[in-house]
Design a binder for this molecule. Structure first.
Ligand code: 3PG
Length: 305
């Protein structure tokens, strides 16, 4: 049995070693395809693979056509918007993710961006503090739970909105549940987005929400660029010089930001929320474990298709 690990953005070397050790000690062959160029190279490498591990790498119908033996794809991470689930189902391929494994790393990056911005980007200019400020968490999954822990440590007042999560779970985790997205945007100077990108959330964060944010508003996006209505964001930036956008992925309208709004945004060049050794290891090792368990016992606990 062969596992292919295809990562355009490679895992840390310590993670690669641990994944290799685990797979080989369980009798699997494992191959790593890193920094590859295009789907053609991935399709060629998949010809004799039984299982595939990816990160944000696109898994398309075209790739699946070439992967005759493939039975399982594990997205080492949380968001699986890069995987064509219908095509996988049509090809009898099980898809899983590894929820929670990257969560602390993403939460720490969100705070890094908030603090860097609050302290005027190390410029020496007078900044502000997080203590006493309001933070709204949109979506209360694994990242938001770590965000809550860190924010409470900083003395922030934490609100959360998630229509799919029981209010008691939110309050027991240390955040104050709010009844609507409007309420959260109106209350919070900082809003951090932790929702997946799908048909329901595409451009969900639009003008009517953003305009509710109090003065010196800071929008933090470590999720996906697709959830933002970029036209609405640009409109707000034009109207409100107090508005800041911090994002772990460049928006499509990055050029407009660079031209007109210097100093009011941070965009990482390449998505780096999960780029820590710890998070790579958590997600990479979990992916190999899930594959081994699936072949051994049929366990498909984290199946998403
Ligand atoms: C995730 O969905 O788990 C994160 O966005 C990490 O994505 P990455 O594996 O491409 O860094």
């Amino acid at each position: 049995m062969k596992i292919l690990v295809a990562t355009e953005k490679p895992f840390a070397s310590v993670t690669v070693n641990l994944m290799r050790e685990l797979a080989e000690s369980s009798g699997y062959e494992i191959a790593f395809l890193e920094k590859y160029r295009g789907t053609g190279e991935l399709a060629d490498a998949l010809v004799d693979a039984d299982a595939l591990v990816v990160r944000s790498d696109p898994v398309t119908a075209q790739i699946l056509d070439a992967a005759r033996k493939l039975r399982i794809v594990v997205r080492a991470g949380s968001g699986y918007d890069n995987i064509d689930l219908n095509a996988c189902t049509a090809h009898n391929v099980v898809v899983m993710n590894t929820p929670g494994q990257n969560a602390n790393a993403v939460a720490e990056l969100a705070f890094l961006m908030m603090l860097y911005k609050a302290r005027s980007g190390f410029s020496g200019k007078t900044g502000t503090e997080l203590r006493g400020k309001t933070l709204g968490l949109y979506g209360f999954g694994n990242v938001s739970r770590f965000m809550t822990l860190i924010a409470n440590g900083f003395g922030m007042k934490v609100f959360a909105y998630d229509p799919y999560i029981d209010e008691n779970i939110i309050s027991n985790s240390g955040a104050l549940p709010v009844k609507s997205q409007e309420e959260m945007f109106s209350k919070c100077q900082y809003v951090s987005l932790h929702i997946p990108a799908n048909e329901q959330t595409r451009k969900l964060i639009g003008y009517n929400l953003l305009k509710l944010m109090p003065s010196k508003a800071v929008l933090v996006n470590t999720a996906r660029k697709e959830i933002i209505d970029e036209e609405a964001l640009l409109k707000i930036f034009e109207e409100r010089p107090d508005f800041t956008y911090l994002s772990d992925v460049e928006p499509d309208c990055k050029n407009v930001f660079e031209e007109k709004y210097r100093g009011r945004f941070i965009f990482t060049e390449k998505k780096m929320g999960a780029q820590t050794e710890e998070s790579n290891t958590n997600a990479g090792v979990a992916a190999i474990r899930q594959i081994i368990d699936f072949f051994k016992t049929g366990n498909d606990r984290f199946r998403v298709n």
